[in-house]
Design a protein around this ligand. Structure first.
Ligand SMILES: Cc1cc2nc3c(=O)[nH]c(=O)nc-3n(C[C@H](O)[C@H](O)[C@H](O)COP(=O)(O)OP(=O)(O)OC[C@H]3O[C@@H](n4cnc5c(N)ncnc54)[C@H](O)[C@@H]3O)c2cc1C
Length: 457
């Protein structure tokens, strides 16, 4: 396992690669190559039968990733020396799950190449249906603006609707750090290191009875595991974001705005500290020849769309350059691959336009937690049940978010749709692209009640 430098691993273009994240030192646990994570000596390598090559994956006709054969057996000695759970990725999904499992008293490694706090590509709009998880974990987001409305800005029309409950505009610097701290406070062991290989019972040389993939929308492991979506070039998009200060009077109502442009769209969200996040997503076909020069791309859309010219003209950059990232690919994914339990974006991507990815990531941790516990003793049953539960809870909103994004990335069509002025459109959009907060609260309450000591640690 290679230990990487602190800060964001995403790319900030148009700047001297200066990351916005603080460069906190790596955890002492990160330093040794052969990790002694559970306070016990680790075996140098996994038994050959546990390697991912020993349990190759295949795709079934529906594109669902499946393990080809029965789970590769691991030696009892190796199992005795394992942690309970190794979670690869400490974004909202990984840190939430680590907190939940560590509260239960399980030994949990939480592995991320980045040290926290760190910046990340995101619209930084935290949907209201994440709030039951936020409350359950005892996070204080009061510094982040409460957002009560959404405004869709078309070429000739705007359409506004209210959220049933306030959402929050919160930077990833703040939120991911708060979640990571929560997990560590609950007893998860943080490991700051770049992981290079993963299998159902280990992450590099860290052995665990259950391995959870929380590495986000795209990673080397998706290629290693032969996941079909990595070969998909037709649905490949890229995101870009930057923080700005706005030339306007302080205060006023807090709104998230969505703007469309050809083959893409922008979200404009207030975040803590009086800043505004302008974050976009664009189909790869619009970027040829730009070589990652997001400033040139933004100039292009400003020239195309007068509304975007007005928007950018009233904002002053508050960060060096743009933050961009690995591709965003909208294709079905499986929540369990080669015995590895996937959560968050690694288990399925909801279109960013919905502003529901972080909520979904945190909810997926809550959905997965009981199955991960069950997988300690009955991995195959737990994998089957989790796959079914995940599809029921998340598949409809993933599908709906793509339909709505189709509309939003076609300005002419969007204007035509907004001419209808249907008051039901906003509530319909919300209902189909996110969870009912009460359903999430029920899950949270059930998890809390299932803990032997049901006070928050
Ligand atoms: C353009 C755009 C705008 C968006 N806007 C919003 C929004 O406004 N609201 C919203 O809710 N969602 C938004 N999203 C979606 C949101 O960013 C994701 O859904 C969310 O980050 C998923 O969380 P996660 O924990 O699954 O993964 P991530 O947040 O991606 O975390 C994955 C972690 O894994 C770590 N990792 C990866 N590989 C390795 C490795 N090899 N070794 C060690 N660590 C590794 C990474 O460092 C990272 O910390 C947006 C996405 C895009 C692309």
């Amino acid at each position: 396992m290679e230990v990487e430098r602190a800060g964001s691993s995403e790319q900030r273009a148009g700047s001297s690669e200066q990351r916005a994240g603080a460069s906190a030192p790596c955890s002492p646990l990160a330093a040794p190559r052969s990790l002694d994570v559970a306070g016990i000596e680790q075996q140098a390598g996994p038994p050959a039968s546990c390697s991912p090559l020993a349990a190759p994956c295949s795709l079934d006709v529906a594109g669902i990733e499946q393990r080809a054969g029965p789970p590769a057996p691991c030696s009892p000695l190796a199992a005795r020396r394992s942690l309970d759970v190794a979670i690869l990725g400490a974004g909202p999904a990984g840190s939430t799950l680590a907190a939940l499992l560590a509260q239960l008293g399980l030994s949990v490694a939480l592995i991320d190449r980045d040290a926290f706090p760190r910046d990340k590509l995101c619209g930084e709009f935290l949907s209201y249906d994440a709030m039951p998880v936020v409350e359950m974990l005892g996070l204080d987001l009061s510094a982040a603006p409460a957002i009560a409305r959404c405004r869709v800005v078309g070429r000739h029309r705007t359409y506004e609707f209210e959220f049933p409950r306030p959402a929050r505009g919160v930077s990833r610097l703040f939120l991911d750090d708060a979640l990571h701290r929560r997990a560590v406070a609950a007893g998860a062991r943080p490991i700051t290191a770049q992981a290079n290989s993963v299998a159902r019972d280990r992450v590099d040389d860290i052995r665990a009875r259950v391995v959870v993939g929380a590495w986000g929308r795209w990673g080397r492991f998706d290629q290693q595991l032969g996941r079909a979506f990595v070969r998909d070039r037709a649905h490949r998009h890229f995101g870009f974001k930057r923080h700005y200060s706005e030339r306007r009077a302080a205060g006023g109502e807090q709104v998230i705005e969505l703007y469309s442009f050809g083959a893409g769209y922008l979200g404009v969200s207030p975040i803590e500290g009086g800043l505004t996040n302008i974050c976009g997503l664009v189909h790869a076909s619009r970027l040829s020849g730009l070589k990652g020069r997001w400033d040139a791309f933004v100039d292009t859309i400003r020239a195309e769309e007068p509304r975007l010219e007005e928007l950018y003209a009233r904002h002053e950059p508050a960060q060096d350059g743009f933050l961009s990232s690995e591709p965003v690919i909208f294709r079905g994914r499986s929540p369990v691959v080669c015995g590895i339990f996937m959560i968050g974006d690694a288990s399925g991507i909801v279109d960013p336009l919905t502003g529901n990815g972080m909520a979904m990531a945190m909810q997926s941790a809550l959905v997965a937690a009981p199955y991960v516990v069950r997988a300690l003793d009955a991995p195959d049953e737990a994998a089957r049940e989790y796959t079914a539960r995940h599809a029921k809870f998340f598949a409809p909103r993933i599908a709906w978010s793509r339909r709505v994004a189709f509309l939003l990335s076609r300005p002419g069509l969007l204007d035509a749709a907004m001419r209808l002025r249907s008051r039901a459109a906003g509530p319909f959009f919300l209902r189909h692209t996110r969870a009912e907060p009460d359903d999430v609260r029920i899950l949270a309450d059930a998890w809390t009640a299932s803990r032997p000591n049901s006070t928050t640690s």
